[in-house]
Design a protein around this ligand. Structure first.
Ligand code: SF4
Ligand code: SF4
Length: 103
């Protein structure tokens, strides 16, 4: 496994539905995951993921540094922060099983 891929902790959080509310709040729906995410939080179609899932995005270095839609628990976000190269706007995150948790 390449070093870059080995950074991923396989938490599966980026494979759930997320929506931005207002300018700085992100809501991640833990009850709505990609159809290809397995019970063990790994991708069941990893080699073909970009062809089979239009929403799937490659985790590039640029995204690790700047993508707002990556949750703070993401190992790439943590990696970028440790190296002081995380430039994304600071946002709040709400993670819940359904939208009734949004105020
Ligand atoms: S297809 Fe993409 S979004 Fe879906 S489980 Fe695989 S890596 Fe995650
Ligand atoms: S959120 Fe980050 S660490 Fe978790 S599965 Fe996605 S890319 Fe890997």
């Amino acid at each position: 496994m390449k070093y870059w891929e080995s950074i991923c902790s396989r938490c599966g959080l980026c494979c759930h539905s997320k929506v931005k509310i207002g300018k700085r709040l992100w809501y991640l729906d833990l009850g709505s995951k990609c159809a290809f995410l397995s019970e063990d939080s790994t991708c069941s179609v990893y080699p073909q993921r970009f062809r089979l899932c239009p929403e799937c995005r490659k985790l590039t270095l640029l995204r690790a540094l700047t993508a707002e839609w990556l949750p703070p628990q993401c190992a790439y976000v943590q990696w970028a922060k440790r190296h002081h190269i995380r430039f994304s706007r600071r946002c709040e995150w709400v993670m819940a099983l359904d939208e009734t948790h949004i105020e």
